[in-house]
Design a protein around this ligand. Structure first.
Ligand SMILES: C[S@@+](CC[C@H](N)C(=O)[O-])C[C@H]1O[C@@H](n2cnc3c(N)ncnc32)[C@H](O)[C@@H]1O
Ligand SMILES: [Zn+2]
Length: 167
């Protein structure tokens, strides 16, 4: 039989920290018009709010390159040495879709990756951020964000001037 004594104080603290970084009072996962599942605000969220931490396994860049080659879509840049593999289903932020006119941004300035509100977000709005993809194979990543100024592809804003105009 599983005994509670198997849960170490450290594991309990880590679980508690993970709970705090997943603010289920503010958001929920639901079907998205952009792609499959998305994350939606269930109450108004103020500009600057840290909404969710992008949690996952902290891995070195060489391991990250190996997993990317296996088409893991959930690897996120943390710093020059490490990435976060957010593929675990515990990582609610993995359901946030890309938008060319996002309402969130990513802050990785604190050894953690936070999804932060770029502006006030209304209850019911889908959360999004710009995935920041570069131009490599960009035509394989068409964007369905629906924004008026959508560039047509999942692409970092700084690359928009470098792609072929869409017909
Ligand atoms: C991290 S997942 C996002 C969550 C995803 N909707 C799901 O249900 O698992 C990233 C994948 O979602 C899809 N996606 C996200 N944003 C998109 C967009 N603006 N247009 C088209 N596909 C998008 C792409 O297939 C991308 O590889
Ligand atoms: Zn778009």
């Amino acid at each position: 039989m599983l005994s509670l004594s198997h849960i170490t104080p450290l594991a309990r603290r880590q679980e508690y920290a993970a709970c705090l970084s997943q603010r289920y009072d503010m958001i929920r996962i639901a079907p998205s018009p952009i792609h499959q599942q998305g994350v939606f605000a269930i109450e108004p969220i103020k500009k600057g709010t840290r909404i969710l931490e992008y949690i996952g396994e902290k891995i070195r860049k060489d391991e990250s390159a190996r997993r990317l080659a296996q088409r893991n879509d959930y690897i996120f840049h943390l710093n020059y040495r490490y990435d976060i593999d957010g593929a675990s289903l515990d990582n609610t932020a993995r359901y946030i879709n890309h938008s060319c006119d996002p309402n969130c941004e990513v802050d990785n300035s604190s050894q953690h990756i936070w999804i932060v509100a770029l502006r006030d977000i209304a209850s019911g709005e889908e959360l999004s951020f710009n995935y920041g993809y570069d131009t490599r194979d960009y035509e394989n990543f068409p964007c369905h964000c629906g924004a008026r100024q959508c560039c047509g592809y999942i692409l970092g804003r700084e690359y928009w001037g470098r792609i072929k105009p869409q017909r």
